[in-house]
Write a protein that binds this ligand. Structure first.
Ligand SMILES: Nc1nc2c(ncn2[C@@H]2O[C@H](COP(=O)(O)OP(=O)(O)OP(=O)(O)O)[C@@H](O)[C@H]2O)c(=O)[nH]1
Ligand SMILES: [Mg+2]
Length: 366
């Protein structure tokens, strides 16, 4: 299954606006909460200056960036989401590997707010409550099934373990807290994986700020940062509206000018994409040559044969070795030849754990 980032949040906080800017393709946005409960999927290129530099050096025919998937999910926590649509929304949330939680940090009397008041702390609490309720329902169903399994000697031990975990998780959920915040033994953690609880997923806050907030910060942004820090999660500040306008600009020159007006060097979306990519546990290695320079995605900790398998399953099956050097060494030394001369090209075998920023050439036989 692809590892995707689910964009979640209350209605009309700017989720689709941010998603649209990410894809630079129009998704449905409106002043009113979207009636479209079907999530939109976008495959987003991961901006990477290292790939740009490799392309400059190798002048390949083709340049292929790494990608990461974002899903634009309809708003939760409104009266409308209680209707039949909520199951569809929750199913999309359940499918996501990471929750990108958009919090409204802009004041705009023209855009309605579910509670008629912009308050990040209350909004976060409301969304968390909604997710906790969904998990409580999941646990209740699971509880019924496990109680039956207790009578089966072959299943008893496992069922007891899972039930013990839920006994710890339930009070937290009833309190609107996440299942993730509960201390579980390794065995219990393993057991609860079977129920795919939403609040076990990692979360990343996105403050959707106005331009004033982007420039000078705001009390709303500070509120989200404080909560993020207390929960030990990351927080990214972006201005959805600004990013949507930025994405519409054609030339890089115009984009840079537009960014510098807000005193920024990098688009907030780029920061968001990198934070999400990293939180998903994804890492990048490169292949570089005259035909193609390409960034490939692996999971942190993947060994060389698995990385070869990302390129082609045959590469993994027939893996012999990997010739590896560091991107930084290439840039410092100026060419692949100099990398070799300096003895920085390594021969690595099956047990080699591929590092972010490795440039690799695989040797294999078929
Ligand atoms: N002023 C201001 N308005 C924004 C910003 N971001 C989004 N909006 C507006 O807020 C309204 C709702 O934005 P959407 O992106 O559709 O919100 P959403 O979270 O996808 O809403 P649902 O899918 O209905 O839950 C639109 O009119 C946007 O133009 C922002 O940063 N500032
Ligand atoms: Mg939307």
């Amino acid at each position: 299954m692809a590892l995707n980032c689910g964009i979640v949040g209350l209605p009309t906080v700017g989720k689709s606006t941010i998603f649209t800017a990410l894809t630079a393709v129009k998704a449905e946005t409106s002043n009113f909460s979207s009636s479209n409960k079907n999530p939109n999927l976008g495959i987003i290129a991961v901006p990477d200056p290292r790939l740009d530099k490799l392309t400059e050096m190798f002048k390949p025919k083709k340049k292929v960036p790494a990608t990461v998937e974002f899903v634009d999910i309809a708003g939760l926590g409104s009266a409308s989401s209680k209707k039949e649509g909520s199951n569809l929304i929750l199913a999309a949330v359940r499918d996501a590997a990471l929750l990108v939680h958009v919090v409204r940090c802009f004041d705009d009397p023209d855009i309605p707010h579910v509670s008629n008041r912009v308050s990040p702390a209350d909004d976060i609490e409301l969304l968390h409550l909604e997710l906790a309720l969904a998990d409580l329902e999941t646990i209740d169903k699971r509880h019924e099934k496990l109680t039956k399994e207790l009578k089966d000697p072959a299943r008893k031990k496992e069922a007891e373990r899972e039930l013990a975990a839920y006994a710890k998780i339930r009070p937290a959920l009833q309190d609107g807290k996440s299942a993730r915040s509960v201390a579980l033994s390794d065995e219990e953690s393993e057991a609860v994986k079977r129920s795919f609880l939403i609040t076990m997923k990692r979360e990343l806050y996105v403050c959707n700020a106005d331009e004033a907030g982007m420039k000078g910060g705001s009390a709303h942004i500070e509120d989200v940062k404080r909560i993020a820090q207390a929960e030990g999660v990351d927080c990214v500040v972006i201005c959805g509206k600004f990013e949507a306008d930025l994405a519409d600009l054609e030339s890089e020159e115009e984009k840079r000018e537009f960014l510098s007006e807000l005193g920024l060097q990098e688009s907030g979306l780029s920061v968001l994409i990198h934070a999400a990519y990293h939180l998903l546990g994804l890492r990048t290695f490169f292949t570089a040559g005259e035909d193609e320079c390409r960034a490939w995605t692996i999971k942190a900790g993947d060994k060389a044969p698995a990385a070869a398998g990302v390129i082609h399953t045959d590469f993994e099956k027939g893996f012999i070795k990997a010739e590896v050097y560091r991107y930084d060494d290439l840039v410092a030394l100026g060419s692949e030849r100099e990398v070799k001369v300096a003895g920085k090209l390594r021969q690595e075998g099956r047990e080699y754990v591929v590092q972010d920023g490795d440039v690799i050439f695989f040797k294999f036989n078929l």
